[in-house]
Design a protein around this ligand. Structure first.
Ligand SMILES: Nc1nc2c(ncn2[C@@H]2O[C@H](COP(=O)(O)OP(=O)(O)OP(=O)(O)O)[C@@H](O)[C@H]2O)c(=O)[nH]1
Ligand SMILES: [Mg+2]
Length: 194
């Protein structure tokens, strides 16, 4: 990968790096497994602390998957750990990304609160386009989106989209929202939307 997040592939298409980040247990590993056309390389380890009551395993380094959009564009998906004791991985995985998905578990208030700090770290790391995906979003009201926008201090051009990380079409639409944002940013004045 180059620092622009793009690299030439042998047959002339582009390979780009997309990062999926977000709080503990938001659904990042699930999202990548749902969409990847290759078996996802995951680094999940048993949880030994109090968060074990929520699930048995957590990502400790990364998830890695791939999706071919067409012969000219292949996305490499990198999922981050959600627990902040592994936050040193965020910067490593963020290197050279074209954009990122901030995935939040919209059924849990603390997920949104954790997302604030993660987004601050990512914004500091790279001024690249991102989308906020609200996982488990069934029943989300327009007022909930306003609350997310205000808490995360999002400008209007940052998409906030519902997501079901277990559903391929839903994950596709999240990725498309990000790709449209990337295209919009290419057309927009420097610095807009990030
Ligand atoms: N119903 C439902 N369950 C989901 C969805 N996404 C994830 N889950 C479940 O939620 C739990 C956490 O999902 P993970 O994909 O491990 O979450 P993660 O963000 O990778 O978690 P960490 O790596 O520990 O931060 C798992 O038991 C998933 O099966 C979803 O969209 N709908
Ligand atoms: Mg994970």
């Amino acid at each position: 990968m180059t620092t622009t997040g793009k690299s030439r592939r042998k047959h002339g298409g582009q390979a780009v790096k997309i990062v999926v980040t977000g709080p503990f247990s938001a659904g990042k590993t699930t999202l990548i497994r749902t969409i990847s056309e290759i078996t996802v390389l995951s680094t999940e380890k048993d949880i030994s602390d109090h968060t074990r009551s929520r699930k048995a395993e957590t990502t400790v380094a990364m998830d890695f998957g791939r999706i071919t959009i067409d012969r000219d564009l292949v996305l490499y998906l990198f999922g981050t750990p959600g627990q902040d004791r592994f936050d040193f991985m965020w910067e490593i995985l963020g290197e050279g990304m074209l954009g990122y998905i901030l995935l939040v578990d919209s059924s849990r208030e603390d997920s949104l609160e954790e997302a604030v700090g993660i987004l601050a770290a990512f914004r500091k790391m790279a001024r690249v386009p991102f989308v906020v995906a609200l996982n488990r979003a069934a029943g989300i009201e327009p007022s909930d989106e306003d609350r997310v926008r205000s808490l995360l201090e999002l400008s209007d051009d940052v998409p906030v989209v519902p997501c079901d990380a277990t559903d391929r079409e839903s994950v596709k639409s999240v990725l498309l929202a990000l790709l449209y944002s990337v295209v919009d940013q290419i057309d927009a004045p420097a610095g807009a939307g990030v």
